[in-house]
Every structure is written in structure tokens, then in C-alpha cells.
Ligand binder design. Sequence first.
Ligand SMILES: Cc1cc2nc3c(=O)[nH]c(=O)nc-3n(C[C@H](O)[C@H](O)[C@H](O)COP(=O)(O)O)c2cc1C
Length: 157
Amino acid sequence: MASGIDDEVTLRANREGFLKYQLRPRRLVDVSKVDMSTEILGVKYDSPIIIAPSGGHKAYHPDGEPAVARAAKTGDHLQILSTNASTSIKDVIAARGKPIWYQLYATNKFEVAKHHVESAEQQGAIAVAVTVDSSGGRNQETLFRLQKSDAQLRGLP
Ligand SMILES: Cc1cc2nc3c(=O)[nH]c(=O)nc-3n(C[C@H](O)[C@H](O)[C@H](O)COP(=O)(O)O)c2cc1C
């Protein structure tokens, strides 16, 4: 969960980028009712925060994606569920209590993408986020280096 792609330059740049944001306190302003609600594809959310897709949450915690869904429910955040999720879409929607988006890793076979999308739709997903940065393969240097010493990672692509 801590690693990035290639030599993690973007990961570091993201961290440094966020340091440029500062909180500007405003005194004597009524903040008892803050409205951060937003509408995305016709659905209203209390929060503008979106949980990006990440694969196999049960590798990190036995409660996996349903626990993330419960957290998303608490803040009314949109959750995008990975193609590589370790829990079914319908179980995640049940835990979220609201439809989620499905993230698609498309292969070079249209029928596979069609099958995934139809299944996602049947299970209640309301939108598809297509990930396009992995089609040509990824250089996951940290993963490749660490999987030699991690028994659980050995054998994964
Ligand atoms: C451990 C890990 C797993 C990820 N798994 C997926 C995935 O299954 N599908 C996907 O589309 N993106 C996946 N991503 C990418 C994230 O959704 C996100 O785009 C990326 O971390 C960049 O986020 P940022 O824009 O906040 O920097 C993963 C990222 C990480 C760190």
C-alpha cells in the first residue's frame, strides 16, 4: 500500500504537492453548518472526497472492501471499487448503503470488458471508471524488489 510505480518520483511529488496547500483559519465566521455537498453524475454526496480504486483490500485487513465501504458511508464519500477487489460489488454496495462506481481494467478482449461491465451493472454499480495506464504493463520496482523477500507476494504477477 505504501509503494508507487517506477522509482516513485510521482509518489514523492504528490506528497510535496500537498505540502503547498495551507489551511487558512477564518475567525469569527459561523462554521456550525458547513456544506461540502456535491453532485456527481446525478447523485448527491455530502462529501466531495472520492475513494480511488485500489486492489485486494483483504491483503491489508481481513475486513477488506466492506470496511472501506462503511467508512465511505460514514462520510457519504463516493467509492470506486477495483476490478481486483477481494469482495463482490453487491456486497460492497450493501455495506456502503448506496451505489458505487466500478473500476475496469480492460484487456484486449472486448468480451471480457463487456462481461465485467454487465456484471457490475447487474450488481448495482452506476458508473464505470476505465483505468488506461496499465494496458502496456507497469514498472513496479518496489514490488519486484520486495516480493523476493515476502512469501505472500511470491507468485503474484
Ligand atoms: C496499492 C495500490 C493499489 C491500487 N490499485 C488500483 C486498482 O486496482 N485499480 C486502479 O484503477 N487504480 C489502482 N491504484 C491507483 C489509485 O487508484 C490512484 O489512482 C493512485 O494511487 C494515484 O492516486 P493520487 O491521484 O491520489 O496520487 C492503486 C494504487 C495503489 C497505491
